[in-house]
Design a protein around this ligand. Structure first.
Ligand code: C2E
Ligand code: MG
Ligand code: MG
Ligand code: MG
Length: 288
């Protein structure tokens, strides 16, 4: 396209690419510095519940980067750079340590951690995770590792081994963004997992597209038949909740209940929820 439109266009294209490369380069450098200094990265925790007004059952660890000049950077903006540069292993371990500490703080909740396919493929990955959990005195049974199709693709047998080492150590495995990949059912057949998380794209189309409604219902039925826990992501409305609950979905996560919170905010939320007279304030007046 650049060629067809002449030389000027080609130059612009190159300039844009240069800009992208520069921004990427500086993100890499700044992320390296942030990791070395132990500053800037934060973990936010999003509650998972059985329904509005129901107790919090788990928290998903979601990384954030509070950048000194760029402001808050969300994972979609820097995880890909971290993956391309190999920094993801450090980021992932840092998040995992924080999650372990959080798990010890609230031993009656499970903590979910997202794993990158790149991090997952590093030699000795399972052993490192097991070691970190042990060192921090965390029961792996309270930690849930979220993997996506990316982890399960291109398996040379190594993936199955890593997964089974992690499960043997007690970690639970969740298939994140379920239904969006092109071999979701194949993975369920081939790998042992404990939970499936229905992707937000299906949840947000509930009640708007018949196909989404049918797919969500079928995923929940499948999970039940296979004895897996089923969680819905991105629940925002009462109607979505009503459908999911009546279809038998076990756990719900989304802005209807809470966005991702700091640990201080989680502490306050749990505090309020444990006091019946205040419960209605936080747990039944969700953000919609
Ligand atoms: P995910 O694991 O599927 O996490 C759910 C994402 O959906 C989070 O975005 C969350 O804030 C957002 N979300 C939750 N409820 C709602 C809702 O009701 N409506 C809408 N519109 N969004 C909702 P976030 O925190 O920006 O994370 C995006 C993705 O980045 C995550 O998707 C995960 O794949 C990745 N990620 C986050 N933290 C980590 C990490 O520590 N390591 C790795 N490897 N990936 C991470
Ligand atoms: Mg996730
Ligand atoms: Mg997800
Ligand atoms: Mg997602």
């Amino acid at each position: 396209r650049a060629k067809a439109e002449g030389r000027g266009c080609y130059r612009t294209f190159t300039a844009e690419m240069d800009e992208t490369v520069k921004v990427r380069g500086s993100i890499e450098e700044e992320l390296r510095d942030a990791l070395a200094a132990g500053e800037g990265l934060e973990v936010a925790y999003q509650p998972q519940v059985a329904g509005a007004g129901k107790p919090v059952v788990g928290l998903e660890a979601l990384v954030r980067w509070r950048h000194p000049t760029r402001g808050m950077i969300l994972p979609d903006q820097f995880i890909p750079v971290a993956e391309q540069t190999g920094l993801i292993s450090q980021v992932g371990e840092w998040v995992f340590r924080d999650a372990c500490a959080t798990s010890r703080q609230w031993p009656n909740l499970f903590i979910s951690v997202n794993l990158s396919p790149v991090q997952f493929r590093v030699e000795g990955f399972a052993e490192r995770m097991i070691k970190i959990a042990r060192e921090s005195g965390t029961d792996p049974g309270r930690i849930e590792l979220e993997i996506t199709e990316g982890v399960l693709l291109e398996d040379g047998g190594q993936t199955a081994q890593t997964l089974s080492a992690l499960r043997s150590a007690g970690f639970r495995i969740a298939l994140d963004d379920f239904g969006t990949g092109y071999s979701s059912l194949g993975y369920l057949h081939r790998y042992q997992v404990d939970k499936i998380k229905i992707d937000r794209s299906f949840v947000s189309s509930l009640g708007k597209e018949d196909s989404a409604t049918a797919i969500v219902g079928a995923i929940i039925a499948l999970g039940q038949a296979m004895n897996l826990t089923v969680t819905a992501e991105g629940v925002e409305t009462h109607e979505q909740e009503r459908f999911l609950r009546s279809a038998g979905c076990d756990e719900l996560q989304g802005y209807r209940y809470s966005k991702a919170l700091s640990k201080e905010q989680v502490a306050r939320l749990l505090d309020h929820a444990s006091q019946p007279e205040k419960k209605s304030v936080l747990m039944v007046s969700p953000v919609t």
